[in-house]
Write a protein that binds this ligand. Structure first.
Ligand SMILES: Cc1cc2nc3c(=O)[nH]c(=O)nc-3n(C[C@H](O)[C@H](O)[C@H](O)COP(=O)(O)O)c2cc1C
Length: 245
């Protein structure tokens, strides 16, 4: 099996991929979508089981999901602003409470907080959103549920029986898909946020009950909005390679 990509081309592709958070409405041509899914299908997996399922939402289904998810997001935000009464109202509203298969709004471990905070602050700074501008922050958060304007949203489900290993496989699958999209001039954003509510996605697609919603990916052509220049950078490999004892 000969490698046919020059290492410098591979590095250029991998290192120039960035999360895209503003898309043109231009639809993804079916043959381009097929090619991307076909590349993702080449990803390795645990015993070649491919323990994931993907719901591809375009057109009317995508629009319906955007309505369902943004309305849930709006209800959640209104509840937070409404204090205990607002929260009670949310509890009484069918479907409004997060019903994801996994808890998305995790408490971040203390040692991971600095990097998370730095990334969030840098993004808001780029958008000129102040630290106390709750309304603008909320609006930006809401964009997740509009798929940042992307014409296609993918929802990735993993087999519950393989536990962490199906999530590992789904991660490899997702990165393969995102790199294929990038190579073809499209952009992507992996979104944990899209696993907050599973109900609307399960209503729209025939998802077997043992497949659990792990995350989403927005897919489309990047716009020239400044948000797409955001590069949070990385630590150095020395910061995560372990010293020998
Ligand atoms: C599993 C996963 C979940 C993510 N969830 C979100 C999300 O909900 N919203 C968002 O705007 N970005 C999300 N991101 C994008 C990350 O913030 C981004 O990958 C990281 O900051 C590095 O930036 P880059 O992708 O531009 O290199 C997610 C990325 C991954 C891999």
């Amino acid at each position: 099996m000969a490698a046919r990509t020059a290492p410098e081309d591979f590095s250029a592709l991998v290192q120039s991929r960035r999360s895209v958070r503003d898309f043109l409405p231009t639809p993804v041509p079916p043959e381009v979508l097929d090619a991307i899914l076909s590349d993702a299908n080449a990803a390795p997996s645990w015993s070649n089981t491919q323990p994931y399922r993907v719901a591809v939402a375009s057109g009317a289904i995508r629009d319906r999901l955007q309505s369902a998810l943004t309305s849930r997001f709006d209800q959640g935000m209104a509840a937070q602003r409404g204090g205990w009464l607002g929260k009670l109202k949310l509890l009484a509203t069918p479907g409004a409470m997060p019903d994801g298969d996994y808890k998305v709004n995790l408490e971040y471990p203390e040692d991971l907080q600095p990097q998370r905070r730095a990334t969030g602050h840098a993004l808001y700074e780029l958008l000129h959103i102040g630290r106390k501008d709750q309304a603008a922050r909320e609006q930006q958060m809401r964009r997740n549920f509009e798929f940042f304007g992307a014409p296609t949203a993918l929802f990735i489900f993993v087999h519950s029986g393989l536990k962490e290993f199906s999530a590992l496989d789904a991660g490899i699958f997702a990165q393969t898909l995102m790199l294929s999209a990038h190579a073809r001039g499209l952009g992507t954003c992996a979104q944990g946020a899209l696993a907050t509510w599973a109900g609307p996605v399960r209503e729209a697609f025939a998802v077997p009950s043992h497949y659990k919603l792990l995350c989403g990916i927005s897919l489309g052509y990047p716009s020239d909005h400044p948000i797409n220049t955001f590069n949070p950078g990385r630590t150095t490999p020395q910061s995560w390679t372990l010293p020998a004892r």
